[in-house]
Design a protein around this ligand. Sequence first.
Ligand code: GLC
Length: 568
Amino acid sequence: MEVAGGMRKASSHASMAGAAAGDPDDFDLTRLLNHRPRINVDRQRSFDDRSLAEHSISGTASRGGGAYMESYESMYSPGGGLRSLCGTPASSRLSFEPHPLVFEAWDALRRSLVCFRGQPLGTIAAVDHSSDEVLNYDQVFVRDFVPSALAFLMNGEPEIVKNFLLKTLLLQGWEKRIDRFKLGEGAMPASFKVLKDPKRGVEKLVADFGESAIGRVAPVDSGFWWIILLRAYTKSTGDLSLAESPECQKGIRLIMNQCLAEGFDTFPTLLCADGCCMIDRRMGVYGYPMEIQVLFFMALRCAVVMLKPDAAEGKETMERIATRLHALSYHMRSYFWLDFQQLNDVYRYKTEEYSHTAVNKFNVIPESIPDWVFDFMPSRGGYFVGNVSPARMDFRWFALGNFVAILASLATPEQSAAIMDLVEERWEDLIGEMPLKISFPAIEAHEWQIVTGCDPKNTRWSYHNGGSWPVLLWLLTAACIKTGRLKIARRAIELAEARLARDGWPEYYDGKLGRYVGKQARKLQTWSVAGYLVAKMMLEDPSHLGMISLEDDKAIKPVLQRSASWPA
Ligand code: GLC
């Protein structure tokens, strides 16, 4: 097969040591692109609707007759529903006037496009418009590209997403070293960029797997986002050939091998270094950060529906995933969930309980509950806390993880509704004047010194430390659509529309209410632009939600009743 041949050629180059030798330059993307996607709507439905039960230890995956249809899909025509009209402003198809910002946003998004050998390959993190030549932040970040990719998919432009998925897959094949230490095979880069050699007239890719990143942290989230995006591409185009190619199957398996590896763990959550996700600086998010656990859960669920049982190690990997999903969902729903009742229980915890009958399993000392939580917690509402590990609960709110938990159906329907209730009840704190807070509250003074290592970029109410990130608007909107709380999304989008373009699409805002453009915020930040576009397109056509949302899987058991799991 032409596709496989092309990729094999590239990966044999890539397996040679060193970045230069690993350069997959001679891989010709155009050959793949000429290969027309295989559209198979029926098949795609069953592909996605396969229930986890079908992958469980004894089950062989049956592909027929999906158990349920995703609710929004049933409202629209098959194959991804209506195409968004946002991207074609001049089009006569429009039956209404789109917001003028939409035109501006598409223009900005297209300006951030990066080409490699004549093919669009991704979007750079930010375009500095203060100079024509200098491109500020000219790397394509894997996580940053996700909202751009969704915007292109929603607008019926899947080729760029396919290019991106294939190129990053080839980068995964590079040998990755930090000093003398070799990174796991499955690791995906945080970012890559296109380097031009004007003398030789060639372009090559340079990737960063953490060996250049500040703090030398590998991005644990990149591989998860890659899998989530592959499923979004498949779902939106109906093109199964990419996900089912031996190369993608192998890529998924390598990521799975890395995160399912057995070690000394006593929990099903992933142990991580600080700064290995969107918050990529020291912020006390080491240990078992909720954002990573939720992305891990979503990636596991996407992987299990895309893996082919008959591919090499396919069935075995699917079984390992199914086992992990059961344990992970139980752990997260039980121990990371906090609402008024649970807070009251923790407040009254006994400590130093030994034996398997312990109620306070992680020996959380009630005196460690910060004062702010008691005021912050409404009677109606709840959320997944930032971290749970021995004697440590990080009670902070983190937006990304909570909204992805809704999209992945890690949150039960009751928990999803409670998260949205919290957003409504704590609007000033979590949305303020510019949506929306990446984390809440900020850490200050001595705690800031200890936790961040005196990081001047992460001072209180700035950047990752209680700053407001417009990119998160797409996740809020998706969660709103899934839970039927459209009013929240509309209100938040209106706030963003009032300022975002006027302020030049900054990366983040500072201050308790997010009133000030961030101190070091770059302008024309691509994911601020794309986050807005995706939010608008999803509201316009809610069937788009299907590419980024997973329905509740009945085979993942809901958490046991407290009375059963936590004996009094
Ligand atoms: C910052 C953000 C990170 C993002 C990168 C590129 O480092 O913390 O999440 O990927 O900028 O925009």
